[in-house]
Every structure is written in C-alpha cells, then in structure tokens.
Write a protein that binds this ligand. Structure first.
Ligand SMILES: *Cc1c(COP(=O)(O)O)cnc(C)c1O
Length: 378
C-alpha cells in the first residue's frame, strides 16, 4: 500500500458565509458541539431532546406534538414528510417556480405519487386563487409549496389562504420552510399548515445535519390511515416520535453532538426573540439592497415578494460571474453563490441568514463588491 502523504492540521480558510447556506455557526454553538457524548437513551440526553422539541415548537410557532428533527440536511426533512404522507398512486399538486419546488415534485414522484405540477417561471410566486382552481380539478392527497425559494429569492405570500383552499378541497398542505425558519415569520398553527420541514444550517445557524419537522393532526391521521408503512424506515416519523417521547423506544442512534449544537442554536434564537430576530433580518436586508442598488445592481425580485434571507441581484452586463465570486473568496474570504438552473449566470445569491446576518458582514460585502466591480485607479 502506498504511504499516505503527510496530512496537515485541519485549517480551512475562515470564510464569511453569505451564500444560500450553510450560515456561520456562533461560538456558543461550536462550544456545545465539543460536549462529551452520552448514550442516545440516557435520561440526560432524552431531556436534551425534550428541550429541542419545545424550542422547535417555539420557532415553528406550533403546539404540534410531533415536532422533532431528523438526521440529515433539509432534503432529509423533505424526504421524511413525503415518504410518510405519500403512498403509491396518491395524487399530489406540486407548486413549482424554482429548483426546490421542482425537487418536491420529483421526490413525490419517486415515492409513487401521481404528480400534477402547477408551474410558474422561476422567480414568480403563486396566487391563492390559481391554487384554489388547480385544486378543484382533481382530488389531491396533498399539495407542496415552498415558502422561501432559495433558487430565486422569492417569498411566497398568502399561506393561510392557500392552506384554507387546500383543506376545503380535502388536500393537506406541505410547506418547505428551509430558508425561512428562524429568519422570517413561520406560523404553522396560525396558518394551519399540515406538515413543514426546515434545515439546521440556514437561518438557525447550527451545523448542517439535522432537519426540523413538524406534523399536525391531519397529517398524523393520514399516516395512521396508510395502507402500507412509510417506505423509508429511517425517516418513519411515528417511529421516531415513539423515541422522542414516552416510551422512548430505540429507533436509530441520534447524532448526539449535532443535537447539542442544535439545542444551543435554538436557545440563541429564543434568547434573541422571534420578533427581534425577524427585524434584524429585515433591517440588514434593506441595508444590503440599498447598498447593492447604489453599486448599480438591480434585484430580480420585486420588494413586495423579496426574501430578506436570500437576495438575488442581477449580474451587471459584461461581468464574469465566476471571476467576481472567485475574487470575493480569495481576496476577502467571502462566499456568495451564483444562480443555477434557469438563473445560471444571471443572478448572484446572497444569503443573510442567522449568525451570518450581521451589520459588519453587509458592510464588508458591499465594500468588497465595490472594489471588485469598480476598481479604482489607485
Ligand atoms: C437548502 C434548501 C433545501 C435543501 O436543503 P439541504 O440542506 O441542501 O438538503 C430545500 N429547500 C429549500 C428552500 C432550501 O433552500
């Protein structure tokens, strides 16, 4: 066997993460990650899980008893919800106006659903009335919708009216809140959303690897009425619920340290308070937008439906996307992302999420963009 090359200490560059996730992890969360492990059935750990459950109910604004986090990133949350709620042959209405809306449609198909897409161009949002009409054409088991579409920067309004339309037609509403949870209002109970999922590494600023999920009564009844057990054993939500609450039956080994990190990140959200946290995201996003505009950049999304957590300025003409982002990374240690899919080469994606959403980061990014886009003579 060839000898391994000498390995250096782990030392990635200290990036300032202003992309679509992951966001930066606060020092308190990093310290929590270094806490020694207990067993996954240790009473101390079960109490920690209970804290996480209650803190997640707080950020989701729900009393749903089935509120937990599954191992994996946001996509695991998506897979958990769909694999529990969809049975082969079920009809699903998927609202698709960006990459993640389309991923929900494709994933539902893989779970055997007959999917109808309500399609809009990338960057558009859905009117409740259009959804109401689409729901009348067939009997759907559920509809899927993205609250904060990270591929375009669109903020979907009218969730309560859409939930009402879904319920009136007999369908459940599955809502992707990956880029909104912890960054802008998500009110699962007030809006009457049946199932929602997020991700630890976006506006919650915990390490990636856990996906918060919450299910309401309709969703749990639908699971209880399944003809077959959920197709993914690992993400069986009722099985996991029996581990999270009494009688605490083993389902799979929890990623212990990840939960320490998530608990501390959620504790920070609770200490800051939801209103203050949403206000911080709004305020600094406005500062970013004004700054980008003064550099001559135009935003893809109109302000009324523009996410504060993910901004998509159009690329100025004649600008080399990869070169600018490369320089931001090499000269300023800044990460922003490019567009993809229908928006490849057309926009940048700038995230202001959780711990990354700070005044000094906005100021640095604007100064770095100015230096990169408008090099002075000196
Ligand atoms: C990031 C994201 C996902 C997927 O999450 P991963 O953590 O990358 O698996 C799903 N939906 C939206 C809206 C996202 O922004």
């Amino acid at each position: 066997m060839p000898a391994l090359p000498a390995l250096t200490d782990l030392d990635p560059a200290p990036r300032i993460l202003l992309g679509p996730g992951p966001s930066m992890i606060p020092p308190r969360v990093l310290r929590a990650l270094a806490t020694p492990a207990t067993g996954h059935l240790d009473p101390d750990f079960l109490a920690i899980l209970d804290d996480v459950r209650r803190l997640l109910q707080f950020v989701f604004q729900t009393q749903n008893e089935l509120t937990l986090a599954v191992p994996g990133t946001g996509t695991a949350g998506m897979e958990a919800v769909l694999s529990n709620l969809v049975e082969p042959g079920d009809r699903v209405l998927a609202c698709s106006a960006g990459y993640f809306g389309e991923r929900l449609a494709a994933m539902a198909e893989r779970h055997g659903a007959e999917v109808d897409r309500l399609q809009r161009d990338w960057g558009q949002v859905f009117e409740a009335e259009a959804i109401r009409q689409a729901l009348q054409r067939k009997t759907y088991r559920l509809m899927t919708l993205v609250h904060a579409e990270t591929s375009t920067g669109a903020w979907q309004p009218e969730i309560p009216a859409i939930a009402e339309a879904a319920h009136r037609s007999g369908a459940m509403l599955v809502l992707d809140v990956v880029t909104s949870l912890g960054g802008l209002p998500v009110e699962i109970d007030a809006w009457d959303v049946d199932a929602a999922y997020g991700a630890s590494q976006k506006c919650l600023s915990a390490p990636s690897g856990l996906a918060p999920v919450t299910l309401g009564a309709r969703a749990r009844q639908a699971i209880a009425a399944r003809r077959t057990p959920p197709s993914v054993f690992y993400l069986d939500l009722e099985g996991l619920q029996r581990y999270w609450v009494e009688p605490h039956v083993y389902h799979h080994t929890s990623p212990i340290q990840n939960f320490y990190g998530l608990r501390e990140a959620l504790r920070l959200v609770h200490e800051e308070g939801l209103e203050a946290r949403f206000d911080r995201h709004q305020r600094l996003a406005h500062r970013l937008w004004r700054g980008l505009e003064s550099l001559g950049l135009q935003m893809l999304m109109p302000e009324a439906i523009r996410l504060p957590t993910l901004t998509t300025p159009r690329l100025p003409s004649g600008i080399d996307d990869a070169e600018v982002r490369g320089r931001l990374r090499q000269e300023f240690n800044l990460e922003i992302a490019g567009g993809f899919g229908a928006l490849a080469g057309k926009v940048w994606r700038i995230g202001l999420m959780g711990h990354s959403c700070r005044a000094e980061n906005v100021a640095l990014l604007l100064a770095a963009l100015q230096a990169t886009l408008q090099p002075s003579a000196s």
